[in-house]
Design a protein around this ligand. Sequence first.
Ligand code: COA
Ligand code: AMP
Length: 626
Amino acid sequence: MGAYRDAWQRSVENPTAFWGEAAELISWYEKPSVILDDSAAPRYSWFADGVMNTCYNAIDRHVESGRADQLALVYDSPVTGVIRRLTYAELLHDVSHFAGVLRGLGVNKGDRVVIYMPMIPEAVVAMLACARLGAIHSVVFGGFAAHELAQRIDDAQPTVVVTASCGIEVNRVISYKPLLDAALEEATHPVAHCVIVQRPEETATLVQGRDVAWSEAMSAASAVDCVPVAATDPLYILYTSGSTGRPKGVVRDNGGHAVALRWSLPNIYDTHPGQVFWAASDVGWVVGHSYIVYAPLLTGATTILYEGKPVGTPDAGAYWRVIAEHGVRTLFTAPTGFRAVKREDPTGSFVSRYDLSEFKYLFLAGERLDPETFTWASDLLKVPVTDHWWQTETGWPIAANLMGLEPMPAKAGSATMPVPGFDVRIFDEAGVEVPAGTEGLILVKTPLPPGCMTGVWGDDSKFEEIYLSQNPGYYLTGDGGHFDTDGYLFVMGRVDDVINVAGHRLSTGEIEEIIAGHPDVAECAVIGVADELKGQIPRALVVLKAGVTRDHATIESELVERVRGQLGAVASLRQVNVVDALPKTRSGKILRKSMRAIADGVEMAVPSTIDNPATLENLRPVLRPN
Ligand code: COA
Ligand code: AMP
């Protein structure tokens, strides 16, 4: 039996032994005697009586074991022209002092801190400072607008919000502070204090008594030590889109998270202490949490924090420049980034300008890696290119080609095989497991391994209701796909209302809710349609209220602006069409799937349950004009 098959088998047959062994990879104040607590199944807890601190494992222990002068974090910002390098000792200094700032503002174990930041080192410092105090961070992606931030503030109820004066999008300065002020105005939860990083590109106006400047607070602060927490105490809340209009707060614990991520870096990504890992994502997404911040630092590796884009900052050689300049061994990003590079530099001419001798692996996730991009990247880079599949909920890959354990021949279009700990199965809609080659819903047999979500913040029943109730004993991923006869997993896309736009996860339901709030709109449908660059983009079809006589083009552009203003520019909603009616089933359900098929040019039978077939036909020229 190969190393992969052996590890996977052990992980599902004897998870206690497998993860008990992996737990040795981190430092505990009190080692867990219970590895897997199944007494409250279908809810499981990992390392229930263990006591540890995630920040200690990510920083202090490396300083104590001889890595004080090794680089922990390299901030590379082509948008500001800054490169800043922090050793583990320097990171410890900043994090322990910022923990002092937070404590001075009343943050203690279990309190929440919302972090709404661009990709600057202070974002990472703030996250780790929360972990140091046993406080719970909730990072909100900087591309979200004030309304999204307000929703998260009301749900997480933070003691403090940490932000910056601005972000920089290529060459545009995006003021963050007015967004924060608007969010605090909209939110009902009162936030006592905000810490603001004043960036040289813009100085924010501070609110007396509420806001403090990062640098002033830091110069007055004293260092604070790590607070021991239970392995099962929450480390963070990360909001993600689901089928409903409201984002849900995925909760992750401390102990299971540290063990899983520490195990994953060498085994999946073949990256080891002292080596350089670059996740070209954003700290606001799960990839950023796990693979910009926690996994590389828990491992004692060097992480790259990149404030730039794959193209335009300044050119399509950005990936190769960063890899060469910082000796990156493993790059992890989204396929959309590679498609952007391919579009600008189809022959990959920029590659030859850089020394990529340290570069060994490319990992892609966030959306399905289309076979064309897979082949283009493989031919160009001559390193293994790995599509791997995961979600905010799991926090680390469910399926991958495990480069550090046993590399396998890649198959274009496949995320390779289930990662140890994940017992992946395919079921049909009726709840019956289907054989290889048959498409179905992808489920994972419980218990999920360490590192996966432990609950939904603020509503404990939601976790079971959304993820565990459809097929008892199995976790519902929300994705569809199949295994082939060699055991390779093909993930084909979401089976719910979630869409992936340039690697950003969005809910069509949430966009619909914003559109429906416009006074002229009677009803609407938002669908995700295929897009060559971004994978998917949203399109909206709206029916106006009777008696509305305003110009359709004006209403359509108001709706584009409304979504941009309330959700954020990342929604990338550019096309809204006013139509006479929406196709529905006899029970009144809008036939979004049929509309999407027409827009994507996919043949699909008209559902027999349709109430108004002519309506669907009438939409054809709108959805697919050519
Ligand atoms: N703050 C403020 N605005 C932001 C933002 C942020 N953090 N991130 C994106 N935006 C804005 C962009 O400026 C853009 O605004 P515009 O409509 O005014 O031009 C809009 O949101 C859409 O952004 P994006 O989807 O990123 O599209 P783009 O055309 O600017 O760039 C790519 C396209 C493919 C280059 C880019 O999406 C990319 O790098 N994707 C990789 C994503 C990724 O790594 N995801 C993480 C999963 S691993
Ligand atoms: P997020 O929670 O933002 O990480 O988005 C998770 C969703 O992105 C998954 O449920 C999938 O729909 C999609 N996704 C992520 N990685 C892949 C992949 N490698 N292949 C196919 N879909 C993916």
